[in-house]
Write a protein that binds this ligand. Structure first.
Ligand code: GLP
Length: 260
């Protein structure tokens, strides 16, 4: 893993955008994996700015979001399809229909999950995957205890995740759906490049377990240690429990001065 410990959200957004810009330079029709949640928002804001400045384009790209709640109307403001359009997609130049989300509006959710994996494969796989991480170490909606090799599937959300996400639902956990459809860890691991955004003290333990803990379903993000091309873009608070923090700073400085 390459770990960048950055001073603020602005720096996190800029480094993420630099990495994506270099992917798009090599492959203007890249397939992008999009994450919801607050962590990637500085990155999306930076991408919108660069698009408006004429520096990048998504016109040839396809995109797949990670997950979707089950049981929300598609026009509910907190459904992930609404979120990703509002915060990013509608501000840039993706072609009509180029951004896909899991179909949670069907009686055949397992079929929809299998179709989603097939659609990602048909598109050639994900070139650049955006990720956040939950305070319990979940990525997408792969909760502690889930298979490290799972494909897109229906998941039951733990109370910790529902409590964390209640801030988007009038601080009322009862309004947070109990189920979702989520890309699996096996699906996510097939992306060619993964960039994970994380901020705040509340994520520090999850970051430590992801980077320095044993690979275990207890902390689902720890599976990323097996991926050859992961970037973790963290602020000081999120990185504060890392034991080898000075090594990561040194490695990142060397990497960034040669590549970014
Ligand atoms: C949700 C999403 C995840 C996201 C996580 C963290 O559970 N399904 O994809 O990474 O929340 O969200 P935030 O970035 O808002 O802390």
């Amino acid at each position: 893993m390459k770990i960048a410990i950055l001073p603020d959200n602005e720096a996190i957004g800029k480094v993420g955008a630099d990495i994506l810009a270099s992917t798009l330079k090599d492959k203007p029709d890249a397939v992008i994996g999009l994450a919801t949640g607050s962590s990637p928002l500085p990155f999306y804001r930076e991408l919108i700015e660069r698009y408006k400045a004429g520096e990048i384009s998504f016109a040839q790209c396809k995109a797949f979001t990670l997950d979707e709640y089950i049981g929300l109307e598609p026009n509910h403001p907190e459904s992930y399809v609404q979120f990703i359009h509002r915060e990013f997609v509608d501000h840039v130049d993706f072609a009509e229909g180029a951004v896909k989300t899991p179909n949670a509006q069907t009686d055949d959710l397992n079929g929809a999950a299998a179709d989603y994996d097939a659609a990602i494969k048909d598109a050639g796989g994900v070139d650049f995957q955006v990720l956040g991480i939950g305070s319990d170490g979940h990525i997408a909606f792969n909760e502690p205890g889930d298979s490290l090799a799972s494909r897109t599937h229906v998941v039951f959300l733990h109370d910790q995740t529902r409590r964390d996400n209640a801030r988007f639902f009038d601080d009322d956990i009862n309004q947070v759906p109990k189920e979702a459809i989520s890309q699996g860890l096996g699906t996510i691991q097939e992306a060619r490049k993964i960039v994970l955004f994380v901020q705040g003290k509340g994520k520090a333990r999850a970051v430590r377990e992801m980077v320095e803990g044993g690979i275990s379903a207890r902390w689902p993000a720890s599976v990323l240690q097996l991926h050859p091309n992961v970037y973790v873009l963290a602020d000081e608070d999120a990185a504060s429990e890392l034991e080898l923090i000075s090594n990561y700073r040194e490695d990142w400085d060397n990497f960034a001065s040669a590549n970014l």
